[in-house]
Design a protein around this ligand. Structure first.
Ligand SMILES: [Zn+2]
Length: 465
């Protein structure tokens, strides 16, 4: 009888284990596919939009060649609109791609986007419009996408009015993990001299936003009024591209080089400049010079909980299995929703221009020219704005709603059910901070700078991919 009971117990454990492993692995693969597909779809539309804006620069030069300044001005207006419409089509396409891969509509993501629509309605009070009626149209397009259901969160959304995020995520993680070395390397003075929430420095004033770009999947462009950058060389390149792409049988005359006009150009950086503290996950030497640019890329966040149609045999076992999965570094568990699987993915449009046979960066001519041929997934940490976490629900909620109260009235305003607030509560305890000061005084020498770790305010590597 004892033998029978033992055998039955073992059998029961095996059944539960196999069932849950299957559920988790299936869910994990599905979430990854949905996130990757959504990121690629968004980046593809970024590439298409950039190529269209580049084609329009060439059409504009052709119009100027004919002396048609009215057409040139109209083309500038279309370019301004494309800077918003193009990326938003990308947002729509990424939702479709995620849903095609069986990602569910996420009510929290929809709420964040609808909330943002309300913010955009006030933009007329803060920012000049890049084209007539831009803000109401922009709000309308965002609302339309939100109503259709958001499954893939655009995680690197650059809000024109960003939430207060000047306490980096790494700070909270250092508090939670008693990682005193983080303080040693990043903020030792605060640890040693902090006496209350009034001691935090004022939140930094944000630089004026580039309101010529969509906040979601922005293209990083800027209109500038000048004579044609690069002069006759650029005219020659435009004529070559025009004939290759079959844009027009006409040729642009060299006189265009001397005409002052509004061109759409790049406000891009080099790729490795994204991580000045050497946290860049791709060694600079591994990036070909023609691809060493950063400006337009897409970061997607997809969250999944266990399929509601599948009964959970033994609920407690699931989070445990997720944590111990072999590639757990690529999966993060939301603090609020234990058992949820989160996948972040990033993609970027790639291309180059051929200058006399040798490839150069797409922004080599300063103005936008059609150059993008492909999209690829890239490491999330190598994407611009990967630390924003605009669709990390807990992070978003904390920075948008809790921090303001904390800055104004201290720990009394912290929320008990918010993980980030809990860390601040811990931090506020003088005994906690003293523990760290004592530890560092004792064993200072054990704080070795970890390559790929650390990270300054607002940055740092926290994912394994
Ligand atoms: Zn909070």
């Amino acid at each position: 009888m004892i033998f029978m009971i033992m055998a039955l117990l073992i059998l029961a454990v095996v059944i539960v284990w196999v069932f849950d492993v299957h559920t988790v692995l299936y869910l994990k693969a599905r979430t990854q596919n949905a996130g990757d597909a959504a990121a690629l779809a968004a980046a593809r539309w970024q590439g298409i939009s950039l190529n269209l804006i580049g084609d329009l620069n060439i059409l504009q030069a052709l119009a100027l060649s004919r002396g048609d300044t009215t057409a040139a001005a109209q083309i500038t207006d279309v370019q301004a609109r494309l800077c918003f419409v193009g990326p938003l089509v990308g947002l729509l396409a990424s939702q479709q791609a995620a849903k095609n891969n069986r990602a569910y509509v996420n009510p929290d993501y929809m709420a964040i986007l609808m909330e943002h629509v309300a913010d955009v309605s006030d933009y007329a009070d803060f920012f000049p419009e890049p084209y007539t009626n831009a803000w109401p149209e922009y709000a309308g397009m965002l609302a339309n996408i939100a109503e259709q259901g958001v499954a893939a969160g655009p995680d690197n959304t650059w809000y024109f009015i960003p939430p207060i995020t000047d306490l980096p995520r790494n700070f909270y993680e250092a508090v939670a993990g008693l990682d005193w070395c983080w303080f040693y390397w990043n903020d030792l003075t605060t640890l040693q001299s902090y006496s209350g929430y009034q001691d935090w420095p004022d939140p930094p004033t944000n630089p004026p936003p580039n309101t010529f770009n969509c906040e979601v999947f922005g293209l990083g462009l800027l209109p500038f009024t000048t004579v044609l950058p690069g002069g006759a060389g650029t005219v020659e390149r435009m004529n070559q591209i025009s004939s290759e792409r079959g844009i027009s049988p006409e040729t642009i005359s060299n006189e265009v080089a001397g005409i002052t006009n509004t061109w759409y150009g790049y406000a891009w950086t080099s790729w490795s400049a994204l991580a000045p503290d050497n946290n860049f996950p791709i060694l600079p030497l591994q990036v070909k010079p023609e691809y060493d640019y950063a400006g337009a890329d897409a970061v997607i966040r997809v969250e999944a909980t266990a399929d509601p149609r599948m009964p959970t045999v033994f609920p407690g076992i699931q989070p445990f299995l997720i944590r111990s999965a072999p590639s757990a570094t690529r999966l993060t568990q939301s603090a609020a929703t234990a058992g949820a699987i989160t996948w972040t993915a990033a993609a970027k449009p790639f291309g180059y221009l051929a200058a006399d046979g040798s490839p150069v960066r797409p922004d080599a001519y300063a103005i936008v020219l059609p150059a993008f041929h492909n999209v690829r997934l890239i490491p999330v940490d190598a994407a611009s704005g990967s630390n924003i976490g605009a669709y990390d629900i807990d992070w978003h909620r904390h920075n948008k709603y809790h921090m303001q109260i904390y800055w104004e009235s201290g720990p009394a305003g912290l929320e008990a059910d918010c993980w980030y607030c809990q860390q601040l509560q811990t931090w506020e305890d003088p005994a906690f901070r003293q523990q760290g000061i004592d530890w560092l005084n004792d064993t200072n020498h054990t704080c070795d700078q970890v390559v790929g770790g650390g990270g300054g305010p607002g940055g740092g590597t926290r994912r394994g991919h």
